[in-house]
Structures are given as C-alpha cells and as structure tokens.
Design a protein around this ligand. Sequence first.
Ligand code: 2RA
Length: 347
Amino acid sequence: GRPALAVVGATGAVGTVMLQILSQHADIWGEIRLVASPRSAGRKLSVRGEQVEVVALTEEVFDGIDVAMFDVPDEVAERWAPVAAAKGAVVVDNSGAFRMDPEVPLVVPEVNPHAARVRPRGIVANPNCTTLSMIVALGALHAEFGLRELVVSSYQAVSGAGQRGVDTLRQQLKLVAGTELGTTPGDVRRAVGDNTGPFPEPVALNVVPWAGSLREDGWSSEEMKVRDESRKILGLPNLPVAVTCVRVPVVTTHSLTVHARFQGEVTVNRAREILATAPGVVLFDNPAAGEFPTPADVVGTDPTWVGRVRRTLDDPTALELFVCGDNLRKGAALNTAQIAELVAAEL
Ligand code: 2RA
C-alpha cells in the first residue's frame, strides 16, 4: 500500500502551510494522520480536500506510520522523534534538536539529496529557515565555482518566530499607523509599550539586529545555525562564514544579502546562467526595469529568488547577491515535504 504519513505539529504556523502543500503536491500518501498537543486534539483540519481530526501526541499515534514529519519545539522533538523512529517511522524533523548530530543527515533535496539515504538514527533533519532561504542558490553556484568564503546578512520575517511573531507585528502596526512616530529616540518603543512579543525591541517601523538566543562572544543562535548548517549541507566543514541576522517588519519571506567568494575568477554571465537554470531557483534581476525580488512578491511561492547579481568590484573571485525565500514554504514546510517524498520513494 501507499506509505502512511504523520504530521506532528499540524496546527502551528508551519503545520498549516504543510497541509496546503500536501493538498497541492502529487498525492503519494496513504493515510495522513494529524498530530498535535492535547490542547488541539479533536480539532478538524482540511487536507487533500478532506476534514481530518487532530489526535493528541502519544506513542500509539506512530503505529503503522512510515514517515513522520515533526514541526514542534526543540524539546518536543528531542523527546518524541526517537519514539517515532523506534516505532519504525522515518522522522523528518524541522526543529533544531538534531541538525548538527553527526548521525543525522541535514538535507536540501536540490543540494544533497543522497545524504537522506544514510540515517542511522532513523531521523533526517530539515535546516533552519534562514539557511534554507539562500542555500539552494548557493549550492548551485558552489557546484560550478567551488565556494571558499561566505559573508551574509539576513532580513528576517516575523513569522520565523511563529504565529506569536506575526501577531506581535500586526498589533504594533496598529499602534503606530497614522502617527508621526519614528522621529525622536524611543517614541516607537513608548507607543508599543511592553508588547514586543518574541522580539527584544519593537519591530514595527524598526529593524532589530537579533534572532534567537545569546551564544558565546556575542553571536546569536540564529547566526551560528546559518554558519554550522551551511557548512554541513555543502560538505565544507571549514568554510569561513560570517553572519549577521536581523529581524525586519515583514510578515513572511526571509531575505539575505550574500557575499560569496569562490576558488577562481567568476563572471556574472556564467553565474546568471547557473542561477537561471538551477532547479528551485528563479533569477529575477533587471534593475534597469526595477526588477529584483522583494518579500512582498516572493511570499507564497516555492523557489529561491535571486537578484542584484554583481561581481565584487575589488575581488574578481566573488559575487554579491540579494536572495529571497518564503520562510514557511521552502524555509520549512516545503523542504520537509520534499525530504519526506524522497524517503517515501525508496520505501
Ligand atoms: C526565525 N529562523 O526566523 C528562525 C526560526 N526558526 O526566527
């Protein structure tokens, strides 16, 4: 029969997009079981045009399941992914719990699909949304030119911080709309009050140079993820990577500026050819006509969009790019679904 799928975390921001994707992609699954916390059990959600009742997470929900997708917090994944794997399911996990485990492959199907086949713990990890928003384009350029160094800055959407991030931006926008705020120090902060949600500072009318939690020497956890995960996916464990992660008042779609240095001289023409033909990448780059990707246009789409392709003025071996990717689709649900489909094809 066709493989049975469990979606754990079906009611969250990523889970919601996952159900849309499962309804849009070729229907390869037998049963699709929707799983969430006991709080959400009993709710009905639509998938493949049918209403399916959500069941609470227990050991028994993995009986008869071939592939289990997890979109839950790290500590929930840490506890429950091994339970699902012990029951014989292949777990595709979108948390940060297993990404850097040497026995867990970290997979982007356009870049390192073969890695998904070797999974000693029965778990395949899905990268962080910020890494995913750029890595398909970088992987294509790396395959041709050989990457030697990466310097990136992110412009991250609030939905990366979940539904609470989205609610926070929307509430703050209401408080500042139609005002003259943003003209004196602290005026936006006073208008927004303590209502900064998952962010350390107001995000409306602002940019916040912080995502995640504090790591050694002033780095953020998000910055470490982009570095560590890029190295693992590209198979370049010593790649020099410098990252600054910034939150911006965008609902969904992460953007990044990328400075990528390669093994030898590069040309913009060849880079453009590669990006224009790479699976999962759209080259949208005609500044003379005002054409470059922006989150407002990219949101809701699957590919990684690349614009502003330039050769670095002072270094003929490096390129500058501006990249956008929907952090809930390719950045999370879509890549998880693609991995699950890869795994299902070999079952
Ligand atoms: C963010 N990448 O945008 C994170 C969440 N996984 O906050």
